[in-house]
Design a protein around this ligand. Structure first.
Ligand SMILES: Cc1cc2nc3c(=O)[nH]c(=O)nc-3n(C[C@H](O)[C@H](O)[C@H](O)COP(=O)(O)OP(=O)(O)OC[C@H]3O[C@@H](n4cnc5c(N)ncnc54)[C@H](O)[C@@H]3O)c2cc1C
Ligand code: FES
Length: 361
C-alpha cells in the first residue's frame, strides 16, 4: 500500500512539475521572433518563438499531415529539420526509425521553435490548401458507415492523385481538430470530395461528419498521401480494403478505368458480416461494363441463422491468395486495419509483388 502511494505521489509530482515548467516557459521565456526557413530560402518566414513548428506552419497556411491533431500520437507530421530543432525528444522516438533520426527527420508537432530553424518540406505539401465546401448529400451505407459528398466552393477544384486523403476540421470543446479521411470520388470530379466515414462511438471527427446536413459548410485541408498509380497499362492493379478502407479504393478504381478502360484490376473487400456490405451492387455492375475488373467480397464471421451469402468466406488475405497469380507485373494498394495489411502484404510478397502502398486506419 505504502509502495503504491509513493508511486502515485511521485507520478503526481512529476506531472505537476512538467505542467509548471510548461507554464513558466510560456510566461517567463520570450524567444522573440525567429526565422523559419523552408527549402533553403524558397519560403522564408518570421514567426513567434515558443510555438510548435506544426502550429507555426499552420498559421502560415502550410499544412502538414497531422491525423492526431498535434498530440504526438500518429507520427504523420514528419519533416526534415536541417538546423535549429534541438535534440530529438522522447515523445518523438517511438515514431522515428534510426535511419530517420540520422536523416534529421522530426515530428513537427513536438518541436518547439526556440531559435532560427531551417526545414525541408516536399513541394507536394507546399501545395496543400485549406478548402471550404458545402455538404451536397449524406447517405447511410450501413448501420455505422455514411457516404458524405462535399461540393468545393473555395478553391472550387482539388487536384488529387487517386488514393489521397484530406484532413477535415471538426469542432471540439478544446477548439477545432483535424481528422484524416480518404477521398472516395474519382479525379475526374475535381469539384467534389466524397468521403466514406465509419462512426467511432464518442469520436470527435466521425460524429461530426455523421451529423452534417446538406447545405452545411465543411472545412478541410488537402490533398495528402503518398499513393502513386503506376501509369504502365500492362501493370495489374490490386486493391484490398476493409470497412472505410473502401474510400481510396473507389477513387483509385474509378480514376483508373476512366483513363485505361482495358486495365486489369482486382478489388478484394473484407467484411465481418452481411451488415457491413456496401457498394457491392455498384461494383458488380461495374465489372459487367469492364471485363478486366474483378470484384471479390469475403465475410470473416459465421453467417447468422437463415442468412444467405454465396460469396467468399474467411479473412480477405485468403481470397487474395486464392485469386492472384505469381509472376505478374503488379501494383497493390491496401487500406484497413494493421493486421489485415500485414497478412495481405505477406501473401502479395509470396506472389512476387513488392510495389505495395498502404494506409493503416
Ligand atoms: C490516412 C488516413 C485515412 C483515413 N481515412 C478514413 C476514411 O476514409 N474513413 C474513416 O472513417 N476513417 C478514416 N481514417 C480514420 C480517421 O482519421 C479517424 O481516426 C477516425 O474517424 C476516428 O476519429 P474520431 O475523431 O471520430 O475519433 P477520436 O475522437 O480520435 O477517438 C475517440 C476514441 O475512439 C478511439 N478510436 C479512434 N479510431 C478508432 C478506430 N478506428 N477504431 C476503434 N476505436 C478508435 C480512440 O482511441 C479514442 O479513444 C483515416 C485515417 C488515416 C490516418
Ligand atoms: S500530428 Fe500526430 S504525431 Fe504529430
Amino acid at each position: 500500500m505504502i509502495y503504491l502511494l509513493s508511486v502515485i505521489s511521485f507520478a503526481g509530482l512529476t506531472v505537476a512539475l512538467a505542467a509548471m515548467l510548461m507554464i513558466a516557459e510560456r510566461l517567463l521565456i520570450n524567444y522573440g521572433i525567429c526565422k523559419l526557413d523552408i527549402n533553403a530560402g524558397e519560403k522564408p518566414l518570421e514567426v513567434d518563438g515558443g510555438q510548435t513548428l506544426l502550429s507555426s506552419l499552420y498559421a502560415n497556411e502550410i499544412f502538414i499531415p497531422s491525423a492526431c491533431g498535434g498530440k504526438g500520437s500518429c507520427g504523420h507530421c514528419k519533416i526534415t529539420i536541417t538546423s535549429g530543432g534541438g535534440p530529438v525528444l522522447p515523445t518523438e522516438t517511438p515514431y522515428l526509425t534510426r535511419k530517420e533520426i540520422r536523416s534529421n527527420i522530426r515530428l513537427a508537432c513536438q518541436v518547439k521553435i526556440r531559435e532560427d530553424i531551417y526545414v525541408r518540406i516536399p513541394t507536394d505539401l507546399l501545395n496543400v490548401r485549406m478548402f471550404t465546401s458545402k455538404v451536397e448529400s449524406s447517405v447511410d451505407l450501413t448501420y455505422d458507415m455514411k457516404e458524405i459528398r462535399l461540393r468545393l466552393e473555395d478553391p472550387a477544384e482539388i487536384l488529387q492523385r487517386p488514393g489521397q486523403y484530406v484532413q477535415v476540421q471538426a469542432p471540439s470543446p478544446e477548439g477545432p481538430v483535424f481528422r484524416a479521411y480518404s477521398i472516395s470520388s474519382p479525379d475526374y470530379e475535381p469539384n467534389i470530395v466524397q468521403l466514406v466515414v465509419r462512426l467511432i462511438p464518442g469520436g470527435i471527427g466521425s460524429t461530426y461528419l455523421h451529423n452534417v446536413q446538406p447545405g452545411d459548410t465543411v472545412y478541410f485541408t488537402g490533398p495528402y498521401g503518398e499513393f502513386w498509380l503506376n501509369e504502365d497499362p500492362s501493370v495489374e492493379i490490386v486493391c484490398v480494403g476493409g470497412g472505410c478502407g473502401m474510400a481510396p479504393m473507389r477513387d483509385i478504381i474509378l480514376s483508373l478505368y476512366d483513363k485505361w478502360p482495358e486495365r486489369v484490376c482486382w478489388l478484394f473487400f473484407g467484411c465481418r458480416t452481411t451488415r457491413d456490405i456496401f457498394y457491392l451492387e455498384e461494383w458488380e455492375q461495374f465489372s459487367k461494363e469492364h471485363p478486366n475488373f474483378h470484384v471479390v467480397y469475403a465475410l470473416s464471421d459465421e453467417l447468422e441463422k437463415g442468412e444467405k451469402w454465396d460469396g467468399e468466406t474467411g479473412f480477405i488475405h485468403l481470397s487474395v491468395d486464392k485469386h492472384i497469380e505469381s509472376g505478374v507485373p503488379r501494383q497493390a494498394f491496401l487500406c484497413g486495419p494493421p493486421l489485415m495489411i500485414e497478412a495481405v502484404t505477406r501473401v502479395l510478397k509470396e506472389k512476387e509483388t513488392d510495389d505495395i502502398f498502404y494506409d493503416e486506419f
